[in-house]
Design a protein around this ligand. Structure first.
Ligand code: PLP
Length: 466
């Protein structure tokens, strides 16, 4: 079945996927992740946490990207999740790559990607990393400061430069504007310096912030980029030819991918009509990496206190991954996470059980290591598992080995599922379909799947004490 599904994607994708056998498991739909986890845990007496990464969903996300925004070439932002199978599948599908460092350029090269498919998109680069770009032929990079131009002149005078401008989405999950991006009044002086140094300034980039909340922020940024294109022309510089609209997009968030895509397409048509020949690229990270990954963590301890003391929690659980591991996204990525319980022995039907106010802690001895606070969960037992969906973006990439719980030891299992193109019930532009695989997984009232998710106070039957 898997190879049949891969056939339309071409030989390159099939070869990339084949290289991850035998760790690749074919699952019918994304909902079958639960069953896969249950079988795996049972068969292996599993204790360690593990990540399940659905490469089939990555292929569908890539397809949705190219059909929604056919003009915008994705350069996957490796920083988000540098998993080698993810890089290989994206490379085979035809994506290009945004690297922020020497190691990321090496990781992408190891996936067989040539230098012309890489943008070194860190505005402030270490000289040794820039020298690596020179020696491997990576030419496209970005800048937002005068000193960076002197560095580039010295180390990489043949680089093709994008001027990164500041363009903030104030509601973004992770704003970036206070750190990167030239203010509008800084652009002209910077362009003059680039011109004086004889550097090739080929375009403009921006990043509205990761987890963008508003499509209008992209529209405003595209409009501002157009002004910078005109500014460069006014200074007698060669016509700019690349617009980089950065990252910020996701699926299943407040700003739907289809709504953002429609607004971006419209703004591009208005400010950069296709016939003008400007190449449009983007640097999506979260869009490709977040939804396909589900983390499984073991409940290895519990403390059932009821509500005997006002300051204590009702039910407390300890799991084997936490904020010093992949859940560092709670701190660094300002993420909210949710979990659904998995009972390994017997079919898990916890939805009709009583719910209790619960708190879930990570494994380290730090009080900060708290993963879910005051959520409603059925009464779990030691040996139950929690499955956390949407755990692929800025999770494994930034974990530590604090207290001896090494994030780097968390193994990834590769799955390949079939399903609709856009997850989480997102409508494709012009589609009136209402069958979406994400709905059931996200809806705790669903009775057709093995469990529900518990993020915050639900309306399900609640019981404050046992
Ligand atoms: N490009 C740059 C320069 C970034 O700093 C980031 C994230 O911080 C990204 C792309 C990826 O952004 P996202 O994950 O929101 O798509």
């Amino acid at each position: 079945d898997l190879w049949e599904a891969l056939a339309p994607l071409g030989d390159e994708v099939a070869t990339a996927v084949a290289s991850f056998k035998p760790t690749l498991a074919s699952v019918g739909s994304p909902r079958d992740v639960d069953k896969y986890a249950q079988n795996f845990i049972k068969q292996n007496g599993q204790e360690a946490p593990f990540m399940m990464f659905d490469l089939g969903m990555v292929a569908r996300l890539y397809d949705a990207w190219t059909t929604t925004m056919p003009r915008v070439e994705p350069f996957y932002a490796v920083k988000c999740n540098g998993d080698p199978a993810l890089l290989a599948v994206l490379a085979a599908l035809g994506a290009n790559f945004d690297c922020a460092s020497l190691a990321e350029m090496q990781a992408v090269a190891a996936a067989g990607v040539g230098p012309e498919r890489i943008i070194y998109a860190n505005p402030c680069k270490l000289e040794s990393h820039l020298r690596h770009a020179v020696s491997t032929g990576v030419k496209l990079t970005v800048f937002d400061a005068e000193d960076e131009l002197y560095k580039i002149k010295k180390v990489h005078p043949g680089a093709e430069l994008l001027l990164r401008i500041r363009a903030d989405d104030v509601g973004a999950q992770c704003p970036l504007g206070s750190k990167y991006g030239a203010e509008f009044d800084e652009c002209e002086p910077l362009l003059r310096v680039a011109k004086r140094l004889g550097l090739s300034c080929v375009g403009v980039s921006f990043h509205v912030g990761s987890g963008a909340a508003s499509a209008q922020s992209f529209v405003e940024a595209i409009k501002a980029a157009k002004l910078v294109f005109e500014m460069a022309e006014g200074l007698g510089m060669p016509k700019m030819k690349v617009l980089d609209i950065g990252g910020g997009l996701s699926v299943g968030g407040k700003l739907t991918f289809s709504a953002a895509g429609a607004a971006i397409n419209k703004a591009l048509e208005k400010f950069f009509p296709e016939e003008e020949g400007v190449k449009v690229i983007a640097e999506p990270g979260r869009y490709f990496a977040e939804a396909p990954a589900t983390l499984a963590a073991l409940v290895f301890g519990r403390r059932l206190r009821g509500l005997r003391h006002a300051h204590t929690k009702a039910n407390e659980y300890y799991i084997n991954d936490g904020v010093y591991g992949s859940m560092n996204c709670l701190l660094y990525d300002h993420a909210t996470i949710s979990a659904r319980p998995l009972r390994v022995s017997g079919g898990l039907r916890l939805l009709d059980e009583k719910m209790y106010r619960s708190t879930v802690f990570g494994p380290t001895c730090d009080g900060l290591d708290q993963v879910l606070t005051d959520v409603w969960l059925p009464k779990l037992e030691v040996g139950d598992w929690l499955l956390f969906p949407n755990m692929g973006a800025y999770t494994l990439a930034a974990g530590t080995s604090f207290n001896g719980f090494a994030t780097s030891d968390i193994k990834t299992h590769y799955l390949w599922s079939e399903g609709d193109r856009l997850p989480f019930g997102e409508e494709e532009p012009g589609s009136d379909s209402d069958s979406h695989f994400g709905d059931a997984a996200m809806d705790s009232s669903d009775t057709g799947s093995d469990g529900g998710e518990f993020q915050s106070e639900g309306e399900a039957a609640k019981e404050e004490s046992d």
